[in-house]
Design a binder for this molecule. Structure first.
Ligand SMILES: NC(=O)c1ccc[n+]([C@@H]2O[C@H](COP(=O)([O-])OP(=O)(O)OC[C@H]3O[C@@H](n4cnc5c(N)ncnc54)[C@H](OP(=O)(O)O)[C@@H]3O)[C@@H](O)[C@H]2O)c1
Length: 284
């Protein structure tokens, strides 16, 4: 039987796909853009057109599938957007679903991930939630523009600390869960890096790795919001969600360090410095 990977072209899904394939699993990589998937994976795995908002795509995607990596595309803000597919997984008697959730969500009812976890649990589908901290890819992705153009980290996180995790390590964790469905049935795993850093420390590491003088601008919420909406032209709803997340970060919700990654994989998670060295092109 096969494993379906939703969001397979995303930060985490691409590594879930690769790691499962390395473990010898038959993988179906899913997304709304099949061209993107075939460019990314060539003919290494099967690919399929799949859309959470189109029930007509569910039956094909679940054919010969008994395990699923489930992620919530960031623009699908309502938990209810995922419910029809969760119902379809239940009807299909899926053996294990691993949902990409969020660190601390078991105590925080505001992010959509909370309700999605509860809906999966109530459905009776065996689950293995993965609750990661902030991705290192946020710094090398959406926030890299100011680092490249202005030598500045422009994030409203105050003096707070974050236990960043590499999406590649999340991918390995998820693949480990899905490769061992009996062992990890009805479990949850909070995956973080091995250290919590503030953005002054992130700036120091990036300065060392890029050999440029990178500083942390520490903007307030309003300045950050205005800049990302007006200057960067990003979607208002998306920017508002990030403001809420950085507000929570300032309250200390992103700083815990766990050893769940080691327990699952027997490896140490990648440090931010190792990540910056491997991805130096994103910052130069
Ligand atoms: N960033 C963080 O620090 C962080 C931390 C913890 C949790 N998370 C959670 O992680 C999730 C995002 O994961 P990610 O960063 O790996 O994703 P991502 O890189 O933003 O990629 C989104 C994926 O969703 C697919 N997609 C978009 N619309 C779709 C639709 N209607 N139906 C099916 N697939 C669709 C896209 O593929 P196509 O274009 O082919 O459709 C793409 O593969 C979010 O729920 C976020 O809250 C993020």
């Amino acid at each position: 039987m096969k494993v379906l990977v939703t969001g397979a072209s995303g930060n985490v899904g691409r590594y879930v796909t690769e790691e499962l394939a390395n473990m010898g699993e038959q993988v179906v990589a899913a997304g709304t853009n099949p061209k993107k998937l075939s460019e990314l994976f060539e003919d290494k795995v099967d690919t399929i057109t799949f859309d959470f908002t189109n029930k007509g795509t569910f039956t094909n995607a679940l054919e010969n599938v008994d395990r699923v990596f489930l992620m919530r595309p960031p623009h699908l803000g309502k938990p209810e957007d995922l419910y029809p597919f969760i119902d379809a997984m239940k009807a299909h008697k899926i053996k294990l679903v691993s949902f990409l959730s969020l660190m601390g969500v078991e105590k925080n009812t505001i992010p959509p991930h909370h309700k999605i976890e509860k809906y999966i649990e109530a459905s009776g589908i065996p689950y293995a939630h993965i609750r990661p901290g902030f991705f290192m890819q946020n710094v090398s992705g959406v926030h890299s523009v100011e680092i490249k153009e202005k030598n500045q980290i422009f994030i409203p996180a105050g003096n707070s600390k974050t236990s960043f995790i590499d999406a590649e390590d999340i991918g390995l964790s998820v693949a480990t869960l899905l490769h061992n469905p009996e062992k990890y049935k009805n479990t949850a795993h909070t995956i973080t890096g091995s250290e919590a850093l503030d953005y002054y420390q992130v700036a120091e590491i990036l300065s060392k790795v890029t050999e440029k003088h990178i500083t942390y601008a520490k903007p307030g919420y309003l300045k950050y919001r205005r800049y990302y909406i007006n200057n960067r032209g990003l979607d208002k709803a998306y920017v508002n969600v990030t403001v809420a997340l950085y507000f929570m970060t300032r309250m200390g919700t992103a700083k815990d360090v766990t050893d769940d990654f080691f327990k699952l994989t027997g490896r140490q998670p990648r440090t931010f410095e190792e990540f910056a060295i491997a991805n130096v092109n994103c910052f130069n």
